[in-house]
Design a protein around this ligand. Sequence first.
Ligand SMILES: [Zn+2]
Length: 198
Amino acid sequence: MTSLALEKLINEFNKLPGIGKKSATRIAFHLINSSMEEIKTLTSVITEAKAHIKHCSICSNLTEQDICNICSDLSRRTDILCIVEDCRDIISLEKTATFRGKYHVLNGKIAPLKGITPDKLNIESLLIRIASEPITEVIIAINPDLEGETTTLYLNKLIKNFNIKVTRIASGLPMGGNLEYADTATISQSLNGRHEIY
Ligand SMILES: [Zn+2]
């Protein structure tokens, strides 16, 4: 590589999820060939997003306000709460228009080998919500892989103490499947086919 600056730029893009060396190089070259005006727009959009987007103080979804638009939507059901591992899963579930309750984002899954213990997740705030909101059913919509199973079982045990119904999304999502990549029909089917955990 002849330019150190170009090499640094490629390395930065290469750090982004899903961007390999080849794509990083393409993006870097594209930007170098862009006008200074386009670069300024791009950097200001990134800076603005970083400065204004934060986690909802109730569910931890991404929002520009203190409380996200789902938590503040009075037309949504307050008796049913859907637990997801990531904010991106809310986008996938909302696309189906099947679920009209509220959400709670864990911000990960229990993975002791990666140092993600239950105290690193939004579990305490979840239990406070269950204790204080009129929730009668909790749907666990965590991706069905090994860590997802561990997390689901752990949460089920905790939530059962509140004597409320705990269900999990069912058929449709294969073992190791991911909500983010599933089509809306599959997610709808998973939600409708949820079953109680005992
Ligand atoms: Zn919220």
